[in-house]
Ligand binder design. Structure first.
Ligand code: NAP
Ligand code: GLV
Length: 309
């Protein structure tokens, strides 16, 4: 059995080492090397390589190197009969929770105001809310949304969440379906986007939905750049309706040097690092997926192409 590692801008050496340990029997090739085409059974993909996998007649699964699979599903000329699997990786989840907690607390405790004050040597106290007075909305209550909700709940925040299907989660006000999106947004004073990018969620953060949020609210987008209509956010920031935004993902990555987000005083840009997939936690997850696919068992993270995530 061989596995192809086809991941753009990801140094392969630590992956080869971790995968070699987790899958001692596998032959691992780094794209474009692939050995004998008939021996390739699995592919680990990050970036625009899914279409290249058509050359492997015995391919059993294409695994994303991350939680998102939009980079695979958007390639409609990929081998459509081959299942696509995303990673449900404890390390990735921890990284996302850290990033979300850090940025929620930064806004909750008004740190951007104090950062601005320091530039002018201004000593000004500001009002402080308790976590229970802060309602936080999470778009997407999947693996990562739920982990963030649990961590925010432990800090005492007032939580609501939005998903496609109905949910009942202790201490989280659950909304589901398109009709509830605006009522949900109208109560989200800090909004965290943790949706997958699908035809239904593309452009979901736009003029109308941003306007539905309370005046002076905050946005944290860690889903995908395609969720946000960037010009609409700039308008909402410039009017003051949205107080500030933290953006980790963008329509074009790397974010072009002349993009207004880089210099906007109320935008924090990070270079798609909310959580990196780490070989040491992901390799055992990948080995488990391979074992399950080969044994014909249920695979966590199997994508339903009909819903797109
Ligand atoms: P997941 O487990 O598949 O959860 C997706 C959630 O979104 C589910 O709750 C789902 O609803 C909801 N959803 C999907 N389509 C919807 C729609 N049309 N309307 C309402 N809700 C919808 O995914 P995950 O593992 O939590 O990851 C979420 C996303 O985070 C990834 O796809 C990726 O884009 C992003 N991500 C980013 C980074 C980063 O570094 N920036 C790292 C990891 C992940 P149901 O529960 O009803 O199915
Ligand atoms: C990162 O963006 C991921 O989808 O894991």
């Amino acid at each position: 059995m061989s596995l192809i590692f086809a991941c753009q801008d990801v140094p392969p050496a630590p992956w080869i080492a971790a995968l070699g340990k987790a899958l001692p029997e596998a032959e691992i090739h780094v794209w474009p090397d692939h050995g004998k085409v008939e021996e390739v059974e699995f592919a680990l993909i990050w970036g625009p390589y899914a279409r290249e996998m058509k050359r492997f007649p015995n391919l059993k699964a294409m695994m994303s190197l991350g939680a998102g699979v939009d980079h695979i599903l958007e390639q409609v000329d990929r081998p459509m009969h081959v299942p696509v699997v995303r990673l449900i990786d404890p390390g990735l989840k921890t990284g996302m929770v850290e990033y979300v907690l850090y940025n929620v607390l930064r806004y909750h405790r008004r740190m951007p105001d104090f950062e601005q004050q320091q530039k002018k040597a201004l000593w000004i106290e500001r009002s402080q809310a308790t976590p229970s007075e802060r309602r936080i909305g999470i778009l997407g209550l999947g693996e990562i949304g739920l982990a963030c909700a649990e961590a925010l709940n432990r800090l005492g925040f007032d939580l609501i969440g939005w998903s496609r299907t109905k949910k009942e989660i202790l201490d989280v006000g659950c909304f589901y379906g398109d009709e509830t999106l605006k009522p949900f947004l109208s109560q989200s004073s800090i909004l965290i986007c943790l949706l997958p990018l699908t035809p239904e969620t593309e452009g979901i953060l736009n003029k109308a939905t941003l306007a539905a949020m309370p005046a002076g609210s905050y946005l944290i987008n860690v889903g995908r750049g395609g969720h946000l209509v960037e010009g609409d956010l700039l308008d909402a920031l410039n009017s003051g309706h949205i107080a500030a935004a933290t953006l980790d993902v963008f329509r074009e990555e790397p974010l072009p040097k002349d993009h207004p987000f880089w210099r906007h005083p109320n935008v924090t840009v990070t270079p798609h690092i909310a959580a990196l997939t780490l070989p040491q936690t992901a390799a055992p997850v990948i080995a488990d997926i391979i074992e399950r696919v080969r044994a014909g068992r249920k695979v966590p993270g199997m994508i339903d192409p009909a819903v797109g995530y």
